[in-house]
Write a protein that binds this ligand. Sequence first.
Ligand code: PMP
Length: 434
Amino acid sequence: MPEPLTPGELLALDREHVWHPYGPMPGRTEPLLVESASGVRLRLAEPVEGRTELVDGMSSWWSAVHGYRHPVLDEAAHGQLDRMSHVMFGGLTHEPAVRLAKRLVDITPQPLRHVFLADSGSVSVEVAVKMCLQYWRSAGKPRKQRLLTWRGGYHGDTWQPMSVCDPDGGMHELWQGVLPRQIFADAPPPGFDAAPDPAYAAHLRELIARHAEELAAVIVEPVVQGAGGMRFHSPGYLRVLREACDAHGVLLVFDEIATGFGRTGTLFAAEHAGVAPDVMCVGKALTGGYLTLGATLCTTAVADGISRGALPVLAHGPTFMGNPLATAVAGAAIDLLLSQDWAREVARIETGLRTGLAAAERIPGVREVRVLGAIGVVQLDHEVDLAAATRAAVREGVWLRPFRDLLYTMPPYITSDEDVARICAAVCAAARAG
Ligand code: PMP
């Protein structure tokens, strides 16, 4: 066993050596040291603002939908660990991966039949893009290699996904000009319940028609644009995209990495529109937030198209593809979700968020409050003071991670009504402080 280190020593080493997401070096971030987590609670190694326990309002970046240390998921991980934690996927296969693929095909929109097991959300988007570009090459249309997306989106931190993130003021603005040049439609008009705007629908149709010759695919986050701004839009625009893509020979990709597995009130956000994509990406809640895993699903038409090409293989195969531990836990996490009335739990949280966040509307500096499924957003009219807002939430016993002008929560589905109310109180406290 290595020498035990005190919390102070660990944090000093962290500051000296460790990069954090979107963090500067050296050591200008001040992370909280988490010792363990259980249910919806994170346990800190030392008190911060008088708290050693925090309700996780973030589900570890929207993934831990069943909470931490769930006995069913722990059991799935331990059981698989006793058999094998990893084995290469080239030339070998195993039960957890096969069962997971079958489950995913069973629960995702109908024509999706084939599954690539990626090792993160971003990689699942890379694979989706590769599939689309290769499909058109195989069809003898190599000019079709650009993507169309809408502004305000976010699809990950690797190269192709970065190229379809919001180009103005988004996280990857620095790289515009170096990234592949994609085509951007305006962001969809806001409002999940708003009637689709005919002028905007025409804008989408016109862009797809105009660029059809060079467009491999349209890629969007259905219904919720997450890390690009936590905006909701009418599902009607997904139908517009489907029709226009079909009319002009363009593939349609839905990135359900944030919205998948119930977050918006339907199992997948595409269901709000009754529309199926040609390619779909999932991640985050796929393993209940336990392990890193993504998946890219495609139709038989896409898979057959690629297989007919001069290079009849999809040239992608990460070392940890189909990791047995991750796929075993993912299978258990999906079964767990489906074994419960998850839609009722998400609806219960939605009601709690609507009630609790209504108070934020009266706080000076709050521009808008919006709730959809287990997603609650408070948008300010100014940039959040991250340190002040985080501290204010911690004082209320809640973990939040605001960004830009946004305070938001995506709690685990097991969060009690009392804890939802507590999260809302913390969001309000953060809005007053930040
Ligand atoms: N797409 C969407 C919609 C996401 O929200 C995210 C993660 N925030 C990603 C892709 C990237 O996933 P990962 O962080 O697992 O690479």
